[in-house]
Design a binder for this molecule. Structure first.
Ligand SMILES: Cc1ncc(C[n+]2csc(CCOP(=O)(O)OP(=O)(O)O)c2C)c(N)n1
Length: 340
């Protein structure tokens, strides 16, 4: 397993990132955590629909997203709100998306980010398509897609790996192995002990990385992105991490996992680990932390205000934008809704 920070954050040797990069990664993780906290509160206040928190997975997502360059594509699942905002999704748009507001369905033009995929793994074969499309556009973009440990047991995952391999697709698969697929632990989903081994069956390199170590994730993801851009094909990164939160705001994890497990992982919190490393170098202190948190919170409140300013959706929008023309069933549904 690739790692550069020990569990408590002490570096195990020289770090392959510059100080500027380390600080950038740290700021992005803190921003992600504060956004996530706020989203959960908004949901509890009834101002948000169901929301899948990424708490504990900030390093896996920020480290991967930072490996992409301008022009590259990201194809996320529902878990990747943190990666998406790092790739450029405006915060108010994220809020509107999870509020199920139609204005949140359209990601900004020019942002190379596909909408979050709620069905597990169906976006992976599409990600192969997105990645090879660059050849037809004569643009050397690389694509990165994400899936959970549970998602790697879906047929679409295996088809996508095979398809990517034979197409020599410039695609990086990031598997966030957070230990659980809702209430199903990884060992009940597969006989493999390493998800990365699944890649080998398709002739693709698979690497295991400490997913709570920002340095390790960014380093390994950058290698995979460079490799893909150089025409050497796809790769799979298994980021071993942990979902600190419930599966979504509708879940109660106390029914299937113990507090001791959560506490063990809390001691390996990705933000705490990098902060320890930065403080050890003398480049981070309490005053910088306070200022970062103050400015991110102000940014979030501005985004909440902007999202709140979006007009109430009209009832007919529930049946619009599904097909070019309404189907008979939709017409009946719409008429019933309107008459009601
Ligand atoms: C095709 C499909 N089957 C089932 C579901 C219901 N479902 C939602 S999340 C989930 C578990 C996914 O776990 P994992 O892939 O490990 O990702 P995580 O949620 O842990 O990030 C399931 C079964 C779904 N959304 N799509």
């Amino acid at each position: 397993m690739i790692r550069f920070l020990s569990d408590d954050g002490t570096p195990t040797g020289d770090l392959p990132l510059s100080e500027t990069e380390l600080l950038r990664g740290y700021r992005a993780m803190v921003r992600g955590r504060l956004v996530d906290d706020r989203m959960v509160v908004l949901q509890r206040q009834g101002r948000m629909s169901v929301y899948p928190s990424f708490r504990g997975q900030e390093a896996a997502q920020v480290g991967s997203a930072l490996a992409l360059e301008a022009g590259d594509w990201m194809i996320p699942s529902y878990r990747e709100s943190c990666a998406a905002i790092e790739h450029g999704l405006p915060l108010h748009q994220l809020i509107l998306y999870w509020r199920a507001h139609p204005a949140g369905w359209h990601f900004p033009q020019g942002l190379r980010l596909l909408p979050f995929s709620i069905p597990i793994a169906t976006h992976l074969p599409q990600a192969v398509g997105v990645s090879v499309a660059g050849r037809y556009h004569r643009e050397p973009w690389v694509a990165m897609t994400f899936v959970g440990d549970g998602g790697t047991s879906e047929g679409d995952f295996h088809e996508a790996l095979n398809f990517a391999a034979v197409m020599n697709a410039p695609l990086v698969f990031v598997v966030q192995n957070n230990g659980w697929a809702i209430s199903v632990p990884t060992h009940k989903q597969m006989k493999n002990t390493k998800i990365a081994d699944r890649a080998r069956g398709y002739g693709i390199p698979g690497v295991v990385v400490d997913g709570n170590d920002l340095v390790a994730v960014w380093y390994a993801a950058r290698e995979a992105v460079r490799r893909a851009r150089a025409g050497k094909g796809p790769a799979l990164l298994e980021a071993v991490t942990y979902r600190m939160s419930p599966h979504t705001t509708s879940d109660d994890p106390k029914r299937y996992r113990g507090e001791d497990e959560v506490e063990r992982w809390a001691a390996k919190d990705p933000i705490m680990r990098l902060r320890t490393a930065l403080e050890g170098r003398g480049v981070w202190d309490d005053a910088q932390e306070a200022e970062l948190r103050r400015s991110v919170k102000a940014e979030i409140e501005e985004a909440v205000r902007e999202a709140n300013a979006s007009p109430e959706p009209a009832p007919h929008e529930i049946v619009e934008q599904v097909f070019a023309e309404m189907t008979q069933d939709q017409k009946w549904a719409w008429e019933a809704l309107r008459d009601h």
